[in-house]
Design a protein around this ligand. Structure first.
Ligand code: MG
Length: 314
């Protein structure tokens, strides 16, 4: 006798999520990412260009950057949007270090800055081999405390005559690993056009890095025990916009910002579906009291959507 599919699968196939907010390529798998009834909600708008969201568990609020406005903002369910730090030296990506301190990539500061618990702002890294960084974009912290960040040239001004980036000191746009214990910074990948978002797999054996330059793709590397990388094949390519910020969920799926919102990919690189956002998204993060809210920074607005999964890592 032919076995019938479980009732839940039958229901999923006839009751897709709201077509306005979502599009699934693999409906059953998409339902494991975004629960039935979820809606894309706009939390705030009228920003200039928002990026770098990070959820601060201790305080129960979100920090994110308005890059051209030179401000870090804070959003909480009760307090709405307030200023977190101004000026921010055109802050972009934010992440949390092992001891709960906020790490911020600064475009005009040309550094990764560390906010001490007492409010002091320090330089974690601002140079490689004696030359200034370009404009650090995004960062992620591994469970051993090392800080991995990308350094494309978006934050440097373009000379109108030569079309070259002014003040660029590095010979390329590299991905770096910084070890706070030794103070040593290493370029772990040198062949990107514009390296941007980056994220580890749940077991930290893989590192995904987005290239928002000409390739518009995300590559995946094996992470060796000594902190070097191997491989680097193309994991997926976006069909809308560019991959900027990326996150990995607890089950190893990759969530990438895109021209149409957020695209979710299975660990095998096949697209599971899309969260459609009215503005082009630049970055995203998991957060909220239960870790199951996805915050999306998209041009002038901040959006949120309930998810069925949490982000990987701490
Ligand atoms: Mg970015």
């Amino acid at each position: 006798m032919k076995r019938l599919p479980p009732l839940s699968l039958v229901l999923l196939s006839i009751a897709p999520l709201s077509a306005a907010d979502f599009q699934s390529d693999q409906p059953a798998e998409f339902a494991r990412c975004v629960p039935q009834g979820s809606k894309v909600e706009r939390l705030a708008t009228d920003f200039t260009f928002v990026e770098g969201p990070v959820w601060i568990k201790e305080g129960g609020y979100l920090v994110f950057s308005d890059i051209p406005k030179d401000e870090l903002r804070r959003w909480s369910p009760s307090g709405g949007v307030t200023v977190f730090r101004q000026p921010s030296r055109n802050a972009n990506g934010n992440t949390i270090g092992l001891t709960g301190r906020l790490l911020t990539c600064e475009h005009s500061g040309r550094r990764v800055a560390l906010l001490e618990k007492d409010g002091t702002l320090k330089t974690l890294v601002d140079a490689f081999e004696g030359r200034k960084l370009n404009s650090p974009n995004d960062a992620v912290v591994k469970s051993d405390g090392t800080v991995w960040f990308t350094d494309p040239e978006y934050g440097l001004k373009t000379n109108p005559t030569t079309k070259k980036k002014e003040g660029k000191e590095q010979p390329g746009n590299f991905v770096y690993r910084h070890d706070p214990r030794t103070g040593r910074t290493t370029a772990v990948v040198r062949d990107f056009d514009q390296p941007n978002g980056l994220a580890f797999s749940p077991d930290e054996k893989l590192l995904y890095v987005a290239d928002s330059g000409t390739p518009k793709h995300i590559r995946v590397f094996s992470v060796r025990g000594d902190g070097t990388l191997d491989g680097g094949r193309v994991f997926c390519t976006l069909d809308q916009g560019v991959p900027d910020g990326i996150r990995v969920d607890q089950d190893g799926r990759l969530w990438s910002s895109s021209g149409d919102g957020v695209q979710i990919f299975a660990p095998d690189g096949r697209r599971i579906g899309r969260i459609l956002v009215p503005e082009s998204a630049a970055n995203l993060c998991f957060g909220g009291p239960d870790g199951r809210t996805l915050f999306i920074t998209a041009r002038k607005s901040l959006y949120a959507v309930k998810t069925a999964v949490r982000g990987a890592g701490r």
